[in-house]
Design a protein around this ligand. Structure first.
Ligand code: 3UK
Length: 533
């Protein structure tokens, strides 16, 4: 069957995926579409009106690979990308892979110090960046002890990457690779510590796109995907790039910050069939929908959406319920990670359990263990480990973290979970955020979910705090929908609300009200910042 080919047995479940021994993943993701008759089909719509066909993408990717080769990079060199969601993100990422280099997309919300850490840690050979991020990237380049050999703006100046593309050759042979070769990295910031380079191989994007994209979510050729999560995030990379590419579908790219209004406007104009968001955005969109229906503002037209997806943090059951009430569509919650590359436990269109992360995505396995690594009995809370063919090979330059996280093919997710008798998985918080209250494990997430069910609460974070006797008790940090509310009476209301809906030991003993919660750049609550002890 030649080289650079994938054969999928879709009749077996999980789908059986076989690769040729020589395998560069750029070929089935980019080149294949020409043989399958999609040369004229649009793959990318940008919100500024640009359109890119599969035929044009193939040519730009080849030109990009040729530009990268011409500047004198060596095979396996890392190329950092601080690039906004745009066609050039696709060109750089796939051009690098096809030519045998390693693209490393970075969070564009990082600051100078994050970039200088990553430039040094990755020992990269080149940095490409959009003009929007010039100040932070150039300050980082100025302060590192060893600068990469090449740094290049993507556009807007003479000699930019896009300008160099124009004169590059349209032909490029794929560098010979195999499925297990390093392909691209992502930097994961986690909820604590410095970002770590997560190394993925050539097989991984095929595995996530098939097992989750096609077989769980049901992405098909007619779909138009719109992700509020950006491409530099593993979630966004799958949503807006690898899933549409793998299925021969299309995507919408939006380079700016997603807000309820901007996402509604894009949905109205571009009519996506699949929308990918995060719980915080769904909560904000619902708030906007509510104020829209109260006043004379028109309710936005969301009728093109066939299915919505949520990941990044757990989706409270109440948000799912209210979203369905307003839009008549479901939100599929699923848990994924940078290390697993995408979602490995998920709800699916015909199998939704509100408040749960869903069931195992076929192709992945999970086990829940106690502090000693022993599997717990069903229903009991424990640490979640998963196994599957898209998990990362290792953390770059961090043997200790690799050893702690990857053990005999199993990946420690760092999450606390329990599974019910029907196979649904329930999130209980990060393992290190769990509290023992009165000797019983207590999940901050469960208390938060109860708090956000209250109509006055927008968001909540719960942490453990020592009481006068040195015992840990839950403490709540709450963001109210209306910050002018009288906090004393709201506290009393929330107390009654928690006591009536939670096991007796779980109600928060302290309430704090804030304008917002501390979060990572990817929107995860940093509970450690809220802990007072
Ligand atoms: C948490 C969730 C409960 C959980 C991601 C989809 O979020 C992604 O990757 P990250 O590496 O973070 C991973 C951690 O985030 N988490 C994610 N989804 C959920 N917790 N319910 C959820 N649905 O702590 C996990 O360990 O930033 C999400 C696809 C790809 C991704 N990388």
């Amino acid at each position: 069957m030649g080289k650079n080919t994938v054969i999928i047995d879709t009749f077996s479940r999980p789908a059986k995926i076989e690769f040729t021994s020589e395998f560069n993943v750029a070929v089935p993701f980019i080149d294949r579409h020409l043989d399958e008759g999609r040369r004229e089909k649009i793959i990318i719509h940008t919100t500024s009106g640009e359109k890119v066909t599969y035929g044009q993408l193939f040519e730009r990717v080849n030109q990009s690979g040729n530009v990268l080769k011409s500047i004198g990079l060596d095979p396996g060199d890392r190329i950092l990308m601080v690039v906004k969601d745009s066609p050039e993100f696709f060109y750089l990422f796939w051009g690098a892979i096809k030519a045998g280099f390693i693209p490393v997309p970075l969070n564009t919300l990082f600051r100078c110090n994050d970039y200088s850490h990553i430039i040094e840690d990755s020992e990269c050979a080149a940095v490409f960046y959009s003009p929007e991020f010039k100040t932070e990237v150039e300050s980082a380049l100025a302060q590192v002890s060893r600068s990469p050999d090449h740094s290049c703006l993507t556009e807007g100046v003479s000699g930019s990457f896009l300008e160099q593309l124009q004169s590059a050759s349209l032909e490029l042979d794929a560098a010979p690779k195999s499925v297990n070769d390093d392909c691209f990295w992502l930097y994961s910031s986690g909820t604590t510590g410095k970002p770590k380079g997560v190394v993925h191989s050539h097989r991984d994007m095929v595995v996530t796109s098939q097992h989750y994209g096609i077989n769980t979510l049901g992405v098909r050729e007619e779909d138009v995907c719109f992700s509020a999560a950006k491409l530099f995030f593993a979630y966004g990379l799958g949503n807006a790039m690898t899933f549409p590419l793998w299925s021969g579908a299309s995507c919408i790219l939006f380079p700016e910050r997603p807000t309820p209004q901007s996402t509604f406007d894009i949905i109205k104009q571009f009519k996506p069939s699949i929308f990918f968001g995060v719980p915080t955005l769904y909560a904000a969109q619902l708030k906007e929908l509510k104020s829209g229906s109260d006043s004379s503002n028109a309710i936005p037209d969301l009728s093109s959406i066939r299915i919505a997806v949520s990941a990044g943090e757990a989706l409270p059951a109440d948000i799912l319920r209210r979203w369905k009430e307003h839009t008549k569509t479901d939100i599929l919650d699923g848990i994924g990670s940078t290390e697993a590359l995408h979602i490995f436990i998920s709800n699916s269109p015909d199998d939704i359990r509100a408040g749960s992360s869903g069931r195992m995505v076929p192709g992945y396995d999970a086990k829940i263990v106690d502090e000693n690594g022993k599997e717990v009995s069903q229903g009991e809370e424990g640490r979640l480990l998963i196994r599957g063919d898209s998990t990362c090979k290792y953390y770059w330059n961090n043997e200790q973290k690799t050893a702690e996280t990857i053990e005999g093919g199993w990946l420690h997710t760092g999450d606390s979970y329990h599974q019910d008798e029907e196979g649904y998985y329930f999130y209980g918080g990060r393992s290190d955020d769990m509290m023992k209250v009165g000797g019983i494990w207590c999940s901050p997430f469960e208390i938060e979910a109860r708090l956000v069910e209250h109509p006055k609460v927008l968001e909540a974070a719960v942490v453990g705090r020592e009481d006068d006797s040195g015992l840990i008790k839950p403490e709540a940090h709450v963001v109210l929908n209306d910050s002018d509310e009288e906090t004393e009476s709201v506290t009393a209301e929330l107390l009654v609300h928690c006591k009536s809906g939670l096991a007796p030991y779980k109600y928060p003993r302290w309430f704090n009200f804030a304008e917002q919660l501390p979060k990572t750049a990817t929107g995860k609550i940093q509970r450690y910042k809220l802990r007072s002890n």
